[in-house]
Design a protein around this ligand. Sequence first.
Ligand code: ATP
Ligand code: SF4
Ligand code: MG
Length: 379
Amino acid sequence: MTAVPAAEPLLRVRGLKVHFPIKRGILIDRTVGHVRAVDGVDLSIDRGTTYGLVGESGCGKSTLGRAVLRLTEPTEGEVVFDGTDVAGLKGEDLRHMRRRMQMVFQDPLGSLDPRQTVESLLSEPLRAHGLGDGTAGIAARIRELLDAVGLPVASLRRYPHEFSGGQRQRIGIARALTLEPDLLIADEPVSALDVSVQAQVINLLEELQDRLGLTYLVIAHDLAVVRHISDVVGVMYLGSLVEQAPADELYEEPLHPYTRALMSAVPVPDPVVEERRERILLAGDLPSPANPPSGCRFHTRCPWRQETRCDTEVPVLRELAPGRLVSCHWAEEIRDGVLRPKSPEEVAATQGVSVAATGAENPESDALVQGIDAPIERT
Ligand SMILES: Nc1ncnc2c1ncn2[C@@H]1O[C@H](COP(=O)(O)OP(=O)(O)OP(=O)(O)O)[C@@H](O)[C@H]1O
Ligand code: SF4
Ligand SMILES: [Mg+2]
């Protein structure tokens, strides 16, 4: 195998599409359409860094993560991991590649077999791959893993249900680490946990990254979680990336109208700034990924939508400044204040939807931005 230059990203995704067929019919299944869960995503993750992926429920985050691991077969596109195109791998090669990419799930209780002790949960992957150097070697490796995630040795004989949510997620992380992966895909790793425990688990992930040189793709609907752990953040809307930027810059100056709307919904602790804060409300609900809007997919809700281009031309993700990618035809004019946003009533009127269905009343939108300015406390 050719050596991969160190500067090459660990993961490179190009034009990734995952379309699920919609079947109808009583006797014969007919495909009547497709859910475009992921619809042309490009992203790269450098070694030892964290890419945070955010977006509303149903925008395709989990499907993207699963497609990278080939747990879901991509419809189109390329997933290059450490210089190898994962799509072409079969049998033993695919198994070997999967060892190097592991997943941490939202619900550790659901992803850990309740009938197995922690000892058996952690030793199983080692035995399955013929690793660990015999029984004594496996025992030593398991203790090392428990120590790394901050659990006592006494945990070994216990079952997942005997632990708290935070401890269970530590077991989930330890299990993901058994095979010494390079990439961890963490899908909503802390959404099921109390806020105080969330901070501990995020800190643990950061510590492990520093110690083991891990690379992360962290998927979350909570912008606060992603902000504090990510080097780069990607914002997804209806199967595509609409903006990508270094985490601090994205939060300081969001450029895409969708990101701006999300950020504007966040309360600011300073009462004077809070008083002046302009809240950008979104009209209408999230359209169906089975029937996405033409042109810019965000045009049905966008307060900056223009008469030309927005409804007809798909915007490409382009570089507006170094490291800052945005898919909006009018990004420069919006950034420079040349174009002003319309009110939700005006947007709703042009789209023929009710103002009552604005993002402000949409609990999902609020969930997405919840806690953004209440940084996770370090312990
Ligand atoms: N196996 C499947 N078959 C058909 N449609 C699917 C399948 N898996 C996901 N979808 C659809 O694809 C779209 C994207 O789903 P996905 O689970 O990736 O979203 P998500 O961003 O992870 O959402 P959430 O924040 O709720 O987890 C949704 O419309 C979903 O209903
Ligand atoms: S391209 Fe048009 S509709 Fe899309 S985000 Fe930009 S201004 Fe809004
Ligand atoms: Mg998901």
